[in-house]
Design a protein around this ligand. Sequence first.
Ligand SMILES: C=CC1=C(C)c2cc3[nH]c(cc4nc(cc5[nH]c(cc1n2)c(C)c5CCC(=O)O)C(CCC(=O)O)=C4C)c(C)c3C=C
Ligand SMILES: [Fe+2]
Length: 440
Amino acid sequence: MTDTSKHPTKNGARTTPPPAADAAAGGVSRRRLLGTAWAAGAGGLVVCAAGGAGAYAATRPAAPTPLTRLGAEAVPFHGTHQAGIATPLQAAGHLAAFDLAPGAGRAQAVALLRRWTACAAALTEGRPAPDHDTGVALDAGPCSLTVTFGFGHSFFDRTGLVKQRPVQLDPLPAFSSDHLDPARSNGDLWIQVGADDALVAFHALRALQKAAGATARVRWQMSGFNRSPGATAHPMTMRNLMGQIDGTGNPQQSAPRFDEQVFVPAKPASDGTTPAGPAWMANGSYAVVRRIRMLLDDWEKLSVDAQEKVIGRRKSDGAPLTGGTERTAMNLTKTGPDGKLVIPADAHARIAQPSANGGAAMLRRAFSYQDGIGADGTPDAGLLFVAWQADPLTGFVPVQRKLDRGDALSAFIRHEASGLFAVPGGAAEGEYVGQRLLES
Ligand SMILES: C=CC1=C(C)c2cc3[nH]c(cc4nc(cc5[nH]c(cc1n2)c(C)c5CCC(=O)O)C(CCC(=O)O)=C4C)c(C)c3C=C
Ligand SMILES: [Fe+2]
């Protein structure tokens, strides 16, 4: 996961318009529509007011105040990279995969991506959805809404674009800990929605589903959440449902290698290596999506000391068990008075760290989920794990292979669904997402 602080970021930066910038650029904002609704309401109030000044005073709405910072923050939809990758984590998220309808091919996919692009661009600016807006987000600002689009392996067969399919999209290898449900895995197309307001996130998801029309059907959908901005005394790394600080070891946006670890380079690197995938993937990224159930009844039986040994970090502040603060490097050779490694050999953070995996790095940007109690009577809760990387063959795959062999956390989690999606670079103004692929 990424840090939740709201400072401007290199990619997917949040922009807070001044309070007066109520109308989003180039369109009527949802708040402007609301103002119109109030004006109509006020007309009614005048009639009511004839019945007595008291009735008027009791029903008169308060004068509109500027949106809070949380509501007003907007993440630009257009740009080099799609938003929702390097964007700070939002409080509400939805992941949805779609399959093209029988008979739908490349032409229908182009029309769909045009509609989705127009819809996402409007909503992320705080404007109503084109065509028919449901009104669910009528009174809210953009709330840092992002919409991110990706293509699955099967999309290329459906659209006659197999020659353009990157090898990076080949199905992930099977792992011994997999308990995958095919109905909730993969899909032709993938959408990630994130926002700092649950209604804004739902509104966007619903608008995109409706915009799919008869062209594509929802294959699966998952909803997640994170802490709300401002819930903690200071911005900090997210906690997951096991109570751990999760995201510390992520590539930091300020680091020189961040872009090359997360995004497909636009041109070959200085050492002559080729970008991960065809030209249309320049500035894109690969998303590995895993629904990972946490076996919370078992986990919560462990003492905090035992839980910390499973991860190799302190539960309270995320610092390595070898001491320091959250950002202190793990001392992997330090032993305790008993002669044993302080960070055990099977500790999750030890096994997953880049230096133990040939430098493999990924940006983990997860949402927690909870869907009540499962058929087995235990919580259906865990992590909608989304890992972003320039190349899953050197990112997620080797790390998961290693974790699969000896991670102490394995006893407390279960991978229940999986997806791998090629997420193209961002659309410029006037372009639609995926245009460089679909018109190649
Ligand atoms: C294959 C990749 C990974 C999976 C799957 C995964 C699942 C998973 N992880 C946690 C909790 C934590 N993970 C932490 C660190 C960490 N995890 C991965 C990779 C996967 N995790 C990496 C690459 C790292 C960073 C290692 C490093 O560089 O130090 C941590 C420690 C804090 C942190 O660095 O984020 C926690 C906690 C859960 C609960 C989970 C599945 C449900
Ligand atoms: Fe992890």
